[in-house]
Ligand binder design. Structure first.
Ligand code: SF4
Length: 362
């Protein structure tokens, strides 16, 4: 029997919850803050290592709590420098994260669910269906494991976190908020809000709440400028049509002057015409924003084709001429199925995978 079943996983707890936990054990609040700082220090795996806690208290912690970590991880490196990690969860499910090193940053794309219920047409994760939400600890452990792996393998430290892996993060709202709290807490993983981006397919009520309760960046997967095309690509559009989505973006509460990032995946013959670009420019007029264009990856739906480079550039030019900041996002890690829309937990059984690294936490 798993001896941790009856214990509290401290990786699930924000600072506030950790304080409540130690108080329930008869300890003062500051012990909770002290423990938080220990938990997220690289190399700390046992309560024994928390040397400024009394020995008796450490023994109580060992009986009542544990600190989960990912012990089994599959690592696959792309030719372009992206690294895909597949983690096996305690119930045997597999999730994936992708590290994308660039000149001035090192971004980790994390998963928030096993599978996804949203069923976007161009996305492999969507074809898996929804299996379950990740716990806060399972979100956070992706970051801890990759941070430690990067440290052990001479890679630059992680600088940015994007919730663009498997799942719709806003559909796992409470665990997402707790994970953001641990990520941004100075004693936790100490990322700035500016360095964290949550991407959504457009869950309107949760978007509003995210703006009210956090100060992280928001990215919205838009992918079409009218309801007919968007609904054909993204079933969520039936529940929250474009007008409602754009109005939510227009009134989105941001503490600092920030712009929403709209993601627009171009599909040949579906949403990549000049007329689509003009309609998009009109649609986004009321929202301070930036636009990311991405040619679709050939995943999920065999009838989906990628547009030519010339088409992507022409689409960008129309938007730029209308005054928008428009990036063309080059997909990273396509050769290892780590690119956008390709994460589906296949890595574990893929014959290409040669390397199984157990010691991600050196
Ligand atoms: Fe889910 Fe995102 Fe894939 Fe849509 S694109 S099915 S929201 S993981």
């Amino acid at each position: 029997m798993n001896e941790n079943l009856a214990k509290t996983d401290l990786k699930n707890l924000t600072q506030e919850k950790l304080v409540q936990f130690v108080e329930s054990l008869g300890q003062p609040a500051f012990r909770g803050r002290q423990i938080l700082a220990w938990i997220y220090r690289p190399g700390i795996t046992e309560f024994e290592q928390m040397t400024d806690l009394a020995k008796e208290f450490r023994a109580i912690l060992a009986k009542t709590a544990f600190m989960s970590r990912f012990d089994e991880v599959m690592v696959e490196r792309s030719r372009d420098g992206a690294v895909k990690f597949a983690f096996r969860l305690v119930d045997g499910q597999i999730i994936e994260s992708v590290m994308i090193p660039e000149e001035d940053r090192n971004t980790l794309c994390v998963s928030s669910q096993v599978g996804c219920a949203m069923g976007c047409r161009f996305c492999m994760t969507g074809t898996m269906g929804f299996r379950r939400n990740l716990s806060t600890a399972e979100i956070i452990n992706q970051v801890c494991a990759v941070r430690d792996w990067a440290l052990a393998h001479g890679q630059p430290p992680l600088t940015n976190i994007v919730f663009m892996g498997m799942g719709e993060p806003l559909a796992n709202f409470d665990n997402l908020l707790d994970a953001i709290s641990i990520l941004t807490e100075q004693r936790g993983l100490d990322f700035s809000n500016r360095r964290i981006t949550v991407s959504t397919c457009g869950l309107v009520p949760q978007m509003r709440e995210l703006g009210d309760r956090t100060d992280v960046n928001l990215a919205v997967s838009l992918h079409a400028a009218n309801d007919a095309v968007r609904t054909s690509m993204m079933p969520i559009n039936k529940r929250y049509p474009i007008a409602e989505l754009i109005e939510t973006c227009r009134t989105y509460r941001q503490k600092r002057r920030k712009r929403i990032m709209f993601e627009y995946t171009l599909l040949d013959g579906v949403n990549d015409a000049d007329a689509d670009a003009i309609q998009l420019a009109e649609l986004l007029r009321p929202v301070p924003c930036k636009i990311n264009l991405l040619a679709v990856n050939p995943a999920g739906d065999a009838s989906v084709r990628s547009p030519s480079n010339e088409r992507v550039l022409a689409f960008q030019k129309i938007l730029r001429d209308q005054g928008y900041t428009v990036f063309i996002r080059t997909s990273r890690g396509e050769d290892i199925s780590a690119a956008c829309g390709q994460l589906a937990g296949q890595g574990w059984v893929d014959a290409k995978v040669e390397k199984k690294e157990n010691a991600v936490n050196p």
